[in-house]
Design a protein around this ligand. Structure first.
Ligand SMILES: *Cc1c(COP(=O)(O)O)cnc(C)c1O
Length: 289
């Protein structure tokens, strides 16, 4: 683990011609196996689990589920993954779920309607019982609870004095909620949601209430760059990601990071940032596999 993570300046004409500086906050280099915001969100939770098994939730290709499996192995805690969709139990497992079991995670498959009701206390109790995990420490789907959001505050603190605007991709918004809280008053966080039509503004406010007891920092969202929804990666996005990777030699995680950078380039070209603005883009993860 290495903190603070590196901050690299890029030369990119799409920013330079608008007199903007572009920095990459390389959170993907935080740890060789457990990268980016997942490290910042999960490590405080595994500490809080204090030796109990850790139980969490995810879909067929969940970055959060894979990261929890990895974290469990690294920190020596048993991990249980509740997977959305009983059909996914069929062998061979898909590569993402195979990664989970290879890291020692025990998978428990539930049907979609049960999965949807997993935050209902009775349903959760039944899932825990069936999974043999009555004593487990539960981390919510996507990993954003109070400890996770507070863990991401350090990301903002590392960026104090280095940028005017800090951009990050948003799933649950937990990373943005913590990041914004850690920035200095003259800095702003900019979130690019990768899910379509969510209620993310309200959810981020709720996460800040939960973690800090109120609103913190300044942040905005730009909802235009989800490309049709979670895990939708049309050819135009892949072309952008391949080109960015070739120009700058940064591995492009397609579900989150590529959408965020695509959005930043579009905003720069639209003239959304005043001349002289320094924009930092958080590289929250690495491509899988
Ligand atoms: C999980 C993930 C995110 C989203 O984080 P949230 O805290 O849920 O908003 C962003 N980028 C990458 C690479 C991720 O794996």
């Amino acid at each position: 683990m290495s903190l603070p993570t590196p901050l690299q300046e890029l030369t990119d004409p799409r920013f330079a011609r608008h007199h903007l500086r572009l920095l990459l906050k390389r959170d993907d280099l935080i740890h060789p196996d457990l990268v980016g915001n997942k490290w910042r969100k999960l490590v405080p939770n595994l500490d809080a689990a204090a030796g109990r098994p850790i139980l969490t939730f995810g879909g067929a290709y969940s970055n959060h589920l894979r990261a929890t499996a990895t974290a469990g192995r690294l920190l020596g805690l048993p991990a249980i993954g509740i997977v959305r969709g009983q059909e996914l139990a069929a062998r061979p497992l898909n590569p993402s779920l195979a990664h989970c079991t290879a890291n020692g995670m025990r998978l428990h498959f539930v049907d979609r309607s049960t999965y949807r009701r997993k935050t209902d206390p009775d349903t959760l109790a039944a899932i825990r019982r069936e999974a043999g995990a009555d004593d487990a420490y539960v981390v919510p789907e996507g990993g954003s609870n109070a400890l996770a959001v507070r863990g991401c505050r350090a990301l903002g603190e590392e960026l104090r004095g280095h940028a005017d605007v800090v951009a990050v991709a948003c799933g649950t918004g937990g990373t943005l909620a913590g990041l914004a809280a850690g920035l200095a008053p003259d800095q702003r966080a900019l979130g690019i949601p990768v899910l379509k039509g969510g209620f993310l503004d309200a959810e981020i406010r709720a996460l800040q209430d939960l973690a800090f007891g109120g609103a913190r920092g300044s942040w905005t969202l730009d909802h235009r760059f989800h490309f049709g929804g979670y895990a939708r990666t049309p050819p135009e996005l892949h072309a952008f990601a391949d080109d960015f990777e070739a120009r700058h030699d940064v591995p492009m995680e397609p579900l989150y990071v590529a959408k965020m950078l695509y959005g930043l380039v579009a905003l720069a070209e639209e003239g959304a940032f005043p001349r002289g603005t320094t924009v930092a883009a958080v590289i929250t993860g690495r491509p899988f596999p």
